[in-house]
Design a protein around this ligand. Structure first.
Ligand SMILES: [Zn+2]
Ligand SMILES: [Zn+2]
Length: 161
């Protein structure tokens, strides 16, 4: 359903609805959409910042796609993602020094990343909402989550004391 809606948007914009684009969108959906919108997921991710509901790197997408379509290149995936982003269908965030994480645009996500150990934690919208509205109210600034909020995780700040 999600993929169909997105593809419809590509079509309306006059973009060619290639099999390639469908494959990339489907892979992104499969990799990043949580099965049944899980409950609190503020625990540290097993591998920093990746997994269902979090996002996928272009490399991860390319790898998944190549399992079925061996001729798919990384640059094809990049081009499709960039196209989708221009259309407002997908978005990406930077969690640290690593590659960007991509996800569907209608799944807002916020991340905090530890500067010491690079652990990434996905923050639920209700945690970040008060911060967003204060920023808007007092500074007139709307935060977009393009970059993670950095600092020290619990473990690392305990170690520093
Ligand atoms: Zn960026
Ligand atoms: Zn840490």
């Amino acid at each position: 359903v999600e993929v169909d809606r997105a593809l419809e948007a590509v079509r309306q914009e006059g973009g060619r609805l290639t099999a390639t684009r469908r494959i990339v969108l489907e892979a992104l959906t499969a990799l990043t959409v949580e099965a049944g919108a899980a409950g609190p997921s503020t625990g540290p991710s097993p591998s920093p910042g990746t997994g269902p509901g979090t996002g996928a790197t272009a490399e991860q997408l390319a790898e998944v796609i190549r399992a079925e379509h061996p001729s798919f290149s990384d640059s094809t995936v990049y081009r499709s993602l960039e196209r989708f982003e221009k259309l407002g269908l997908v978005t990406h965030a930077h969690l640290g020094h690593g590659p960007a994480l991509w996800r569907l645009a209608d799944q807002p996500r916020w991340y905090v990343v530890c500067s010491a150990c690079e652990a990434a934690v996905q923050v639920e919208p209700d945690v970040i909402r008060p911060l967003l509205s204060e920023l808007m109210r007092r500074v007139g600034f709307s935060m977009d989550g393009h970059f993670a909020i950095t600092g020290l995780c619990q473990r690392c700040s305990a170690r520093e004391r």
